[in-house]
Design a protein around this ligand. Structure first.
Ligand code: AMP
Length: 562
């Protein structure tokens, strides 16, 4: 509970992860994690629709991914910014609607813990998230009733938590491999200054891809096509291989998997896993090399290496990092929680909290921004950069362009983001038209891009005669008009969210059902008895009995590794 010295508006940081999400608060001069309804820091970023139509978020939904895959969804952050819809129990949701449900659960947990309402937060996003992905994240927050104080890049948040902890002067590379995204950030601490020099990454590479690669290899060995396997059996295979992935450092692992009434077996050791993951491990190298190149550093110039994100717990990833840099990574802050703590520190920084007032953080724009232009005789539209990637933000840059022929009446300014020479290969952001004065000659114009600390881009065009046109890139998600936004608000408002207080019991029931499905023989009988016993205790409605039985059964399941 909060004490009297807590400021009126809590300074909150949220790590909205692909696999897990966390919320932290700046209190008493330090960042602290806030526990969820189950008393845990990590809330799985998973949503499920219960049989009575109510929405489950977090651990219970995570367990139901295996038992009720057609009613559950996870890893939807991977689709943020796309038009993909996910279907749960016959209802369709956008990735930002599902993310809003997770944010709403975190908000409720924070409110219960702090004893006051919460309306604002700093939210972390992968550094390499595009403009559209950032906008959709803001929209998810809006749907959850949260105002985004600032979006902070995940590795930058980690750097902040690490800097506050260490108080050092050094050059550091942050290697952040989460469930669905990969970010590399090179920065320099000269406290109180933390300066980001380069940020690169891959928005479609994370720990989930390593599990997916195991699933594909297993199905191939067992001569099964993915679409021939029932959704529930496939979900159970993902679950089993996720566990095996985490235990591989303990020695060779054996999978037992029931598919179409038949028991299947598959074994895996580190050597085979390394082969299966070779293409993914190779993809980790390029962003590291690019970040160092952009920061004009060699691996030996770095003083330290920080690993962030759950997937950096994989020994093969640690080995790859050690080989790439010729040294062991530095990691004594928890890679799962560091980003949320950093985001809360950023919230304190913005609020000019005394304990953190001194710290100055500079960040970069991780991708190149520019406009479409005709180059030479080519008919293809070329991409002309105005702000190059890894420019320190805020920044303002100007480039001169010319009309293409003397009679031209309007010019269309098309803004793109990306690293490819032709606009067709880059990401379209926005476009607008400008009227040219009648002059019967080729006219020049200066196009200025101003990019602020939140990623807000403003485009200014100055014509020869001094006439100026200013255009703020629309922050509302592209492709989402007012009607679509209102529909999202309406859809979420109509949902019945499972009551928070009942979640610990619901989560245990879901866990027992999953454990029953995954076990066999005597272990399955035992789980079946626990399930019956807990259902009976719930029926008696005696709070103390329910709590003690729940604790006992959760411990028993932990001991069985279920
Ligand atoms: P994050 O989004 O940072 O929570 O990272 C989640 C990813 O980390 C998931 O893909 C997990 O499979 C992976 N992960 C978490 N713990 C481990 C572990 N002990 N070994 C291997 N992978 C892990």
């Amino acid at each position: 509970m909060q004490d009297a010295s807590t400021p009126r508006t809590p300074l909150l940081g949220i790590d909205l992860g692909t696999t897990n999400s966390l919320i932290a608060v700046w209190q008493d001069g330090r960042a602290q994690l806030i526990p969820n309804a189950l008393g845990e820091w990590l809330t799985p970023s998973a949503v499920s629709i219960d049989e009575d139509g109510s929405i489950l978020i977090g651990q219970a939904a995570r367990s139901r991914l295996t038992t009720h895959p057609e009613r559950s969804a996870a890893a939807f952050k991977r689709f943020m910014g796309s038009e993909k819809r996910l279907e749960l129990a016959g209802q369709t949701f956008s990735p930002e609607e599902l993310s809003a449900l997770v944010l709403g659960a975190l908000k409720q947990d924070a409110e219960a813990w702090l004893g006051c309402s919460v309306s604002e937060a700093v939210i972390s996003v992968p550094a390499y998230f595009s403009d559209e992905q950032r906008k959709r994240t803001c929209f998810a927050a809006e749907l959850a009733g949260l105002k985004v104080q600032r979006l902070i890049n995940e590795p930058t948040a980690a750097a902040m938590a690490y800097g506050l902890h260490e108080q050092k002067f050094e050059r550091t590379l942050i290697f952040d491999l989460g469930g669905g995204t990969f970010d590399v950030t090179v920065l320099e601490y000269a406290l109180p200054l933390i300066e980001v020099h380069a940020s690169t990454g891959d928005n479609y590479l994370g720990g989930e891809d390593f599990t997916h690669a195991l699933v594909q290899a297993c199905l191939k060995d067992l001569q099964l096509a993915t679409d021939s396997v029932e959704p529930q059996a496939l979900a159970s295979l993902y679950d089993g291989l996720e566990q095996i992935k985490r235990k591989l450092n303990e020695g060779p692992q054996q999978l037992q998997w029931r598919c179409a009434g038949e028991m299947r077996e598959w074994s895996l050791d580190e050597g085979r896993a390394q082969k299966i993951w070779e293409p993914l491990l190779a993809r980790l190298r390029a962003p590291v090399e690019q970040a160092l190149r952009d920061a004009r550093l060699n691996p030996r110039d770095l003083d330290s290496l920080v690993l962030v994100g759950g997937a950096t717990r994989m020994p093969v990833v640690q080995q790859m990092v050690a080989t790439l840099f010729g040294r062991l990574p530095y990691r004594h802050l928890d890679p799962d929680t560091i980003v949320a703590l950093g985001a809360a520190s950023q919230a304190a920084c913005r609020a000019r909290d005394q304990a953190i007032e001194e710290l100055i953080l500079t960040d970069v724009c991780p991708y190149t921004l520019g406009i479409a232009a005709v180059r030479g005789e080519s008919r293809r539209q070329a991409f002309v950069p105005i702000i190059e990637r890894n420019t320190v933000i805020p920044t303002s840059r100007v480039e001169r362009f010319h009309s293409t022929h003397p009679e031209q009446k309007t010019v269309r300014i098309e803004v793109y983001q990306g690293e490819r020479p032709w606009v067709s290969d880059n990401i379209f952001i926005d476009a607008f038209d400008i009227e040219l004065p009648q002059a019967d000659r080729i006219q020049s114009m200066d196009v200025r891009f101003s990019y602020d600390i939140n990623g807000l881009l403003e485009v200014d065009v100055a014509l020869e005669g001094g006439e100026r046109h200013s255009h703020v890139i629309d922050r509302s998600p592209a492709g989402l008009d007012d009607a679509a936004r209102a529909a999202s608000h309406g859809r979420l408002a109509a949902l019945k969210i499972h009551p928070r207080d009942a979640l610990p019991n619901r989560a245990l029931l879901a866990r027992l059902e999953r454990a029953w499905m995954q076990s066999l023989g005597e272990q399955r009988d035992q789980v079946g008895q626990w399930l019956e016993a807990f259902t009976a205790v719930l029926g008696n409605q005696h709070a103390q009995d329910i709590n003690s039985t729940r604790q006992r059964l959760n411990t028993a399941l932990d001991e069985q590794g279920l």
